[in-house]
Design a binder for this molecule. Structure first.
Ligand code: ADP
Ligand code: ZN
Ligand code: ZN
Length: 813
């Protein structure tokens, strides 16, 4: 640390909002630095903390020394610390937990308790003085100390904690706190090289000669590669090293995430529209923060714009962060960026193994890759010198994380760009109402690409009114005559079809024929969905499953009617109707395995698939030139969500799926089936008319003071006990209302909605309540919630009931 103060500020990995001051013993002062982890005493424990910086002096009595510095190089650059501070403040989330979330998983140290046998214990064991179970435990411990849970495993029976306590009291064993080793480490590999000087002074054996030749040829080569050429190499290299003929060293290796090779491409000449957009963006490079919203219809060449802007940015020695909403799209964009930029691209997303993520992280930290592509969590990439942050498909709700720590990576991208003096470029074919509103307010600059690259027309959308088909039974009901005819024509022309339905599974509404009860999840308040391939009914919220032969829990009848539908049922139906067609399905059930998605996309690209059936997942970003027909099985599923954004979500998904049609040189068409042909989200999507949608939507938001005309924080209250959860929710409601009365600003500007029972009243055995706090002033809103927590004692992680804070909530069910 340059300023070399003996005191440092540390954020700890615990749910506490303070940071702490520690002293650094003299010999460690040289090597301490922000971004490194330290091991610190905290109460009775030893825990990991992150060094945020030095603090000058401290009057606080009894400051403790740090125990150890855990990293040789900082895990994140100090320029990120203000970013973490902002996040912690804005999302009201403990700083240490923010940093922990940011870092690749698996590198945090944990404390664990190990049990050791004492001298007295050994005596008892020898003299067989202990009771049988105690004797077994001592026997296990006599060979080696052991973690508590491992004793149970080794004895193959539950060892109660109380027994261990009793034995400790009697002096037979003792417990020690220990630190778990980090599970992720850089993977090292041995390499050899041949120094120029060494000349052998004796005649060498053939394999030894071959090793020297190979080393000379390769410059340096890993021992594992060498063994492929000379199988016995490993047994010779020590000797060769001793004779000074080669040197052996270790080098970190990187695990390649996808292992697909890509051939380099040549940048196309940009259209005039694209040139205009790129020059507008890059002219500001290095001149401080600015934000742009690029609205461009699907296929208008946005990705090409991103790549050109990226090229100009790295030319200026600045780095680029590219965010895409889903892992599925990372591989697509990665392929295009790698073809253009080669090795200097790193990827970060949760689909990588812990080791792979760690490797990518270190490469970025070491400044080996100025370009980082990733899903939501890549917003935390340890880049320095950022010039450009691109957020593709900025409207996508996947940027919002809904568990643990609730944040929105799209919004954080703007903040990070501002702090780094970089450019933020948000792009979408269907921009969010929020971002378009920001353009109207002059917070964002507007850019647009109005035409598709090769001036293909947008697909013609034909609406089918499902209400006219409600009397049909079976397949005819959802695969209507119109759709069936269009599929046939498309297949006859050897073109591809995409069918979209936003629901997985086979039957989404299994009902007992005996008593009429729906089959519900044991842990959640929703019906189960039949998954025929897995022969099970599954809960889409918690994963609970029942075998498909299960009887009704209400009356015992085994006759279950399979109402409703899902992608799996559509697949079966389509296979029946078009037995010659090659059909594939893309949804969360089929792409769980690693690489499955890449394979599906490849099959589509190489035309090994004629009809692809999928959920939301297929709607996003992919570029398949030979798809000329898109069938939307039922457009209404998202309209009924109890959410002020239901209309926006519906419009976006429809426009996006429709945009998959006709991206090549043949015109595309879309068949959109719906029960609500007059709804403005649906008519606007049919007309490809974003402004028509926006104008109607924005006036609705204004009337009801929904975002962007207000800000909201939702308290999500949940617990296992129905009554305690209800009571606590009502208490929190009272606390909010009385705080509101204390202050005239609150009185005037804060709205409290609820507490109410959540629409999904129970998920994974937790009862759920919610309370919404709304205000036009973001600062006031935050002050209100902070006061609740830090002054009025709103307890977030109570024993029975937990309260999660969701700032700018999306999922309000
Ligand atoms: P978007 O991201 O807006 O959907 P893409 O950047 O994927 O659009 O462009 C659609 C297709 O057009 C891609 O196949 C892309 O390679 C191609 N393309 C984009 N810009 C150009 C250009 N200037 N010249 C030729 N082809 C282009
Ligand atoms: Zn029944
Ligand atoms: Zn469930």
């Amino acid at each position: 640390m340059t300023d070399n103060y003996p005191y440092i500020e540390v954020a700890v990995t615990l749910p506490v909002f303070n940071t702490y001051t520690y002293a650094v013993p003299e010999p460690l002062q040289e090597i301490i630095a922000p971004g490194k982890r330290v091991l610190i005493p905290f109460g009775k424990r030893k825990i990991t903390g992150y060094v945020l910086g030095s603090t000058k002096n401290s009057d606080i009595q009894g400051i403790k020394n740090i125990i150890e510095i855990l990293d040789e190089i900082p895990l994140f650059p100090s320029s990120m610390i203000p970013f973490f501070k902002w996040i912690s403040d804005y999302y009201i989330h403990p700083m240490g937990e923010v940093i922990k979330e940011a870092l690749p998983g698996g590198i945090n140290l944990n404390e664990c308790i190990s049990v050791h046998i004492t001298e007295c214990g050994t005596q008892w064991l020898d003299q067989k003085k202990a009771a049988p179970l105690e004797n077994d435990i001592l026997c296990v411990l006599s060979s080696d100390a052991c973690r508590l849970q491992d004793i149970s495993k080794k004895l193959n029976r539950k060892v109660p904690n109380s027994l261990i306590c009793k034995m400790e009291k009697n002096g037979l064993l003792c417990r020690k706190r220990e630190i778990n080793k980090p599970v992720t480490r850089q993977k090292m590999q041995r390499y050899i090289t041949r120094p120029e000087t060494g000349i052998p002074d004796e005649k060498l054996s053939v394999p030894k000669q071959k090793i020297l030749e190979t080393a000379a040829e390769y410059g340096e080569i890993s021992v594992s590669e060498l063994k492929k050429i000379i199988p016995t190499a490993a047994s010779h290299i020590r000797k060769l090293e001793q004779n000074g003929l080669i040197s052996i060293f270790s080098k970190p290796v990187y695990r390649d995430p996808f292992g697909e090779s890509v051939s380099p491409d040549h940048p196309p000449k940009l259209t005039l529209d694209q040139q205009h957009v790129v020059s507008n963006v890059v002219k500001n490079l290095g001149n401080g923060f600015s934000a742009f919203l690029l609205a461009g219809v699907t296929g208008s060449g946005k990705t090409e714009v991103y790549m050109h802007a990226t090229a100009q940015t790295i030319k200026k020695k600045l780095s680029v962060l590219v965010l895409v909403p889903e892992i599925a799209l990372v591989s697509e964009i990665e392929r295009r960026f790698r073809a253009r930029f080669g090795e200097c691209v790193a990827v970060l997303h949760s689909g990588l193994s812990a080791g792979e993520r760690f490797d990518q992280w270190i490469r970025i930290s070491n400044r080996q890759c100025p370009i980082v592509i990733g899903a939501r969590s890549a917003i935390f990439a340890p880049l320095t010198n950022i010039g450009l942050i691109i957020v593709d498909e900025e409207h996508d709700t996947s940027y919002k994380q809904e568990s643990r720590f609730r944040y929105n990576a799209r919004d954080m991208a703007i903040i990070r760009a501002r702090q780094e003096g970089a450019i933020a470029l948000l792009g979408s074919a269907t921009p969010s109402v929020q971002s378009v509103h920001n353009v109207a307010n002059k917070k964002f600059n507007e850019l647009s690409l109005q035409n598709r690259v090769f001036l293909q027309t947008l697909p013609d959308i034909h609406v089918v009114d499902l209400r006219k088909h409600k009397d049909y039974r079976g397949t005819r009901r959802f695969i209507t005559i119109d759709l069936q005819k269009a599929i046939k024509e498309t297949l006859d022309r050897k073109e591809q079809v995409l069918l979209f339905l936003n629901r997985r599974g086979f039957a989404s509404y299994p009902v007992c024929a005996g008593c009429g009860e729906a089959l519900k999840c044991r842990n959640c308040d929703i019906t189960l969905t039949l998954h025929q391939k897995d022969k099970a009914y599954k809960c889409h919220l918690c994963g609970y499953s029942l075998p498909s032969v299960a009887a009704c829990s209400n009356c015992g009848s085994t006759s279950i009617k399979r109402l409703g539908m899902g992608t799996e049922k559509i697949e079966t139906t389509i296979k029946g109707l078009f037995p010659q067609a090659r059909v594939a399905r893309m949804d969360r059930d089929t792409v769980t395995r690693k690489g499955a998605l890449v394979k599906l996309l490849k099959g589509l690209r190489n035309h090994e698939t004629d009809i692809l059936i999928g959920t939301q997942m297929v709607a996003k970003g992919h570029d398949f030139p030979n798809i000329t027909l898109v069938g939307i099985i039922c457009a209404d599923l998202s309209l009924s969500f109890p959410d002020f954004r239901a209309g926006e979500l519906t419009f976006q998904v429809l426009a996006q799926v429709a945009g998959r049609a006709g991206r090549g040189n043949r015109p595309g068409r879309v068949i959109l089936q719906t029960y609500n042909p007059e709804h403005f989200s649906i008519t606007a999507a049919t007309d490809h008319d974003f402004m028509k949608f926006y104008n109607q939507e924005i006036s609705f938001r204004k009337t009801f003071k929904y975002p962007p005309f207000s800000r909201m924080i939702q308290l999500k209250i949940s617990g296992r006990d129905r009554e305690k959860t209800r009571q606590q929710s009502l208490d929190i409601g009272k606390m909010c209302n009385s705080l509101k009365k204390e202050n005239s600003d609150y009185e005037q500007w804060i709205d409290i909605l609820g507490p109410i029972e959540a629409p999904l009243t129970r998920v994974a055995n937790r009862f759920r309540w919610q309370l919404l706090i709304k205000s036009q002033g973001v600062d006031l809103l935050h002050r209100f919630v902070r006061t609740l927590i830090f002054e009025n004692g709103l307890h977030l992680s109570g024993h029975h009931v937990k309260v999660a804070i969701d700032v700018d909530p999306f999922f309000m069910m």
